[in-house]
Design a protein around this ligand. Structure first.
Ligand code: DAH
Length: 336
């Protein structure tokens, strides 16, 4: 009896599955569940069974009856019958399904955030080409012919005259050639250096360059501008420190540190117990740079700075490997 119930279940289910019209299903309903139907005759047969078997078989037959019924209803619904539709009303109060939304890459977000701070200070965003000449990447920036950064180990040369820019300082020159001061620009973009790739180096990364030129621009303006930037970007408690340094295109030059964002200057693993973290280079535009673009250095002064976008992003978000930004692993990118 048990076997014949199981066989009935299988044949009923496959017949329901194969039914293609509501009419077919009505036929099956009569065949299995009708008064003269299969289930009914099984129930009648129960009387002939030994008394101890009757309750179990009766129970199984009734369960099967319910299952066939709901299977037929399901199939009706999926055939789109009006009967099915009635049984399945739309719930218009449920939240809708929406398509997957994209998002900006964390580096793009950082570039936009940096630019926003400088836009609020009256700077303009400009871009320059990634393929450059030695003149824009080195000569006009007062970088001597003997400078090690010109070496093929430090710059990607494309041919004898073209290279992939190794810094965004090139944009200073391109802008000052075309426009006369006063000028306030920031220039975000990609730069390239033939560095071996590791957790903190990449052959391609991003910088934001800044330049401000006017008749009365002082080092104190540079300090004020960059300390405001640090507070806006890293948080209001951030302090800034300027350390003397050398860059060929600025004099004086400085490396700029921020108070450690993790320990607030006390000393920790992130700042290597120093309390400070180096974030960018800056200085007062060298007179030779002004001369290269025919701006009179006795009349104008300027400050300039350059920062690495990946470095800013790694510090801000606590990312410890630069390669994560370029691997397109959605598990990483979705966190921003
Ligand atoms: N170009 C420099 C670099 O790639 C960064 C930099 C330093 C830019 C000082 C500046 C500056 O404009 O004044 O390391």
């Amino acid at each position: 009896m048990k076997e014949s119930l199981e066989a009935l279940e299988r044949s009923a289910f496959s017949a329901i599955e194969e039914a293609t019209t509501p009419k077919d299903l009505e036929g099956l309903r009569i065949k299995f569940l009708g008064r003269q139907g299969t289930i009914a005759s099984i129930l009648k047969e129960i009387a002939t069974l030994p008394p101890e078997e009757r309750p179990l078989v009766g129970q199984k037959a009734n369960i099967l009856k319910e299952r066939i019924k709901s299977q037929i209803d399901e199939r009706l619904k999926s055939l789109g019958s009006p009967l099915g539709a009635k049984a399945h009303r739309e719930d218009t109060t449920l939240p809708g399904t929406c398509g997957a939304t994209g998002r900006l890459h964390p580096l793009t977000q950082v570039i936009q955030e940096v630019c926003d701070v400088f836009l609020s200070l009256g700077f303009r965003v400009v871009e320059g080409p990634e393929i450059e000449t030695e003149y824009y990447n080195f000569d006009a920036l007062n970088i001597p012919k003997s400078h090690p950064s010109r070496d093929t180990f430090d710059t990607f040369y494309l041919d004898t005259t073209h290279l992939l820019r190794s810094q965004t300082s090139t944009v200073q020159i391109r802008v000052m050639e075309k426009e006369k001061p006063p000028l306030r620009i920031v220039a975000p973009g990609r730069v390239f250096r033939p560095d071996a790739v590791d957790a903190s180096h990449s052959f391609m990364f991003h910088q934001v360059e800044g330049l401000c030129v006017d008749c009365d621009v002082r080092f104190s303006d540079l300090k004020g501008t960059l300390s405001l930037f640090s507070k806006q970007f890293f948080g209001p408690k951030t302090r800034t420190r300027f350390r003397p340094h050398f860059f060929p295109f600025t004099e004086p030059s400085a490396e700029v540190d921020i108070s450690c964002i993790l320990c607030d200057g006390k000393g920790c693993r992130l700042c290597k117990q120093k309390g400070w973290i180096e974030v960018l280079g800056a200085g007062m535009v060298h007179p030779n740079v002004f001369r290269a673009v025919k701006v009179d250095p006795s009349r104008y002064r300027g400050f300039a700075f350059g920062m690495g976008v990946e470095r800013l992003a790694m510090l801000k978000y606590g990312v410890d490997d630069i390669r994560l930004f370029f691997e397109n692993d959605l598990r990483f990118l979705r966190q921003f």
